[in-house]
Design a protein around this ligand. Structure first.
Ligand code: 5FX
Length: 554
């Protein structure tokens, strides 16, 4: 670390998320020196968003956000930060954007972007730059027919996943673009450039259209993930003339451009400050949690549970996502998203553990590993992974200790302590099974657990036993903007060296002296127990397959 980054330099990371715009500033020792945010609903109330979005009241699944709100948030955030941060010391900026959301620049877009007047705020100047006023975002689910059309164009959902890293999803940008082309052809024709939220804010910073980075680009169903180029077949199946509107792709560590004169004159950034490609929020969190080697895995336990990890041999299949790794172009990032996370755990806590986490944890400690063969599937919400409707399913595997010859019985209920263990073990068995299926090695090198439930020691112990690797915790809510600031430093170093440099060179073995330090919560679990869990994972995946065949959505 010492010597690689100038000690008096600053690195600025943004996160343009669904509900707010955040910033994290790192110094040359990778210590956070400042954080700031603008909350859309409360600080920009004139847009009248709820949770940063507009939901179509007709129930058609359309969910959008006002594009200009994101612009105004940048005006406000930079004003808020300027008395606290010496912008003249910032040598590189990068950022994170909510994935999949898209921005449509009209034919005047580029001319407006390249001639911003530093005497005026951004918002009023960009008012006429867009062909679509409200941007579709990741929560939108109004494009099912477009999804099926794109899958059909390449021979089915699995084929699309093998080609682009994911089957078609309603929130993905390709289906969203196709919907605009089909329903508003004039608007599509008036569109000069389509940006993702990430490349959109980067475009404002460089005063020109910024490329879409290869990692966030994989969240569109349009990019060939092996070649890292737009897939001509899918572009043709999406909308005519699309390649020109998307521009070129760039690796996430590349320089998008120099900061524009607008920011140099208005906020006194130095002219040589570079903007590193922005990327998606999940990829930036991967960087912020310091995952950097194949076999590293992170589990985020929140409203929804998310798993992401690094692999050199991804195997895209029907559930889950593969993106190029944002911090190493030689490997990939695997991501699994579960809709049933903390709310479903809370439901079990309320029903079976007197609404108390203490009782919940006591039950978890009191019940044996493997839960005497009791396996549960709990879907309080329609689940994404596996694609199953609302419902609870409980099974008992006989002879759980000699699992090979086991018989499976379906039952209606478990005693309360077993129900508690079943929901916890069930979620991690599922995560392990699906992560392995997507090409993650077993056991992982290490797991970094984050999010609300990662404070729970009993849960962390189960993770260490089921995955058979050490579990670390990181309690930081802003891993995406921190990851963006770290990627700014990484991009700056790669640019200085004129070649790709592994991101771990930034911190080496001194990670615990930086703001990215993680705490060892549990060492790897017992090897004998791990092999029993391996058999249990396979049994669970088999039962899950049967459930999907019987009840699943296609
Ligand atoms: C990932 O595929 C998602 O859709 C979400 O996690 C968004 O990135 C949230 F911003």
């Amino acid at each position: 670390m010492a010597g690689l980054l100038p000690s008096d330099a600053l690195f600025l990371g943004f996160d343009s998320s669904t509900q707010s715009l955040k910033a994290t500033v790192l110094d040359g020792n990778l210590i956070i020196i400042h954080s700031e945010s603008v909350h859309f609903d409360t600080e920009l109330p004139h847009y009248r968003t709820k949770d940063g979005v507009y939901r179509d009241p007709s129930g058609n699944g359309r969910i959008v956000s006002p594009t200009l709100m994101w612009v105004e948030a940048l005006d406000v955030l930079l004003e808020k930060l300027k008395s606290k941060v010496d912008y003249g010391k910032v040598v590189a900026i990068s950022g994170s954007g909510q994935q999949h959301g898209s921005v449509y620049w009209n034919k005047r877009g580029k001319a407006i972007l390249t001639s911003l007047d530093p005497k005026k705020p951004l918002r009023s100047q960009l008012e006429d730059a867009f062909s679509v006023r409200d941007s579709p975002i990741w929560m939108d689910s109004s494009t099912t027919s477009q999804c099926r059309e794109l899958e059909k164009a390449v021979g089915g959902a699995l084929e699309l996943s093998k080609l682009t890293g994911s089957r078609a999803y309603e929130r993905y940008t390709g289906p969203q673009i196709r919907k605009i082309y089909q329903t508003q052809p004039d608007v599509y024709n008036d569109t000069e450039r389509i940006s993702l939220v990430s490349s959109f804010v980067a475009s404002i910073l460089i005063g020109n259209y910024a490329s879409i980075d290869e990692t966030d680009g994989a969240g569109m169903n349009l990019m060939d993930i092996k070649q890292r180029v737009w897939s001509k077949t899918i572009l043709e199946a999406t909308a005519p003339g699309l390649e020109e509107k998307l521009g070129h792709l760039a690796p996430a560590h590349a320089v998008a451009g120099l900061i524009s004169s607008y920011f140099v004159e208005r906020f006194h950034f130095q002219k040589s400050c570079i903007v590193i490609q922005w990327s998606g929020d999940n990829p930036n969190s991967l960087a912020g949690l310091t995952l950097n080697t194949p076999g590293d895995l992170a589990i985020s336990l929140g409203t929804s549970d998310t798993v992401f990890g690094i692999t050199s041999e991804p195997q895209p299949s029907l559930e889950g996502h593969v993106f190029p790794n944002p911090v190493d172009p030689n490997c990939y990032m695997v991501m699994l998203v579960y809709k049933n996370g903390s709310l479903t755990r809370e439901d079990v806590r309320n029903r079976c553990a007197e609404s108390s986490w203490d009782t919940f944890n006591k039950y978890l400690e009191r019940t044996p590993s493997l839960n005497g063969g009791k396996l549960g599937f709990y879907y309080k919400e329609h689940e994404i992974l596996p694609p199953l409707p609302v419902g609870f399913h409980r099974y008992v595997l006989e002879n759980v200790d000699s699992l090979n010859e086991t018989k499976v019985l379906e039952v209606q209920e478990f005693d309360p302590p077993s129900e508690v263990r079943a929901i916890i073990e069930g979620q991690f068995l599922s995560m392990r099974g699906h992560a392995e299926r997507f090409g993650m090695p077993t056991p992982p090198n290490r797991i970094i657990a984050t999010g609300g439930a990662s404070k729970n020691e009993s849960i962390l112990k189960s993770i260490a036993s089921i995955f058979g690797c050490p579990v670390y915790t990181v309690q930081r809510p802003d891993s995406a903007s921190l990851g963006a600031a770290l990627r700014a430093a990484h991009g700056w170093l790669c640019n200085k060296e004129g070649r790709f440099v592994p991101i771990s060179c930034l911190y080496g073995d001194k990670l615990d002296k930086t703001s990215m330090s993680a705490k060892l919560a549990f060492p790897a679990g017992d090897a004998d127990l791990l092999s029993k869990y391996t058999v249990l994972v396979n049994k669970r995946m088999q039962i899950e397959k049967n459930l999907v065949e019987k009840l699943g959505r296609s």
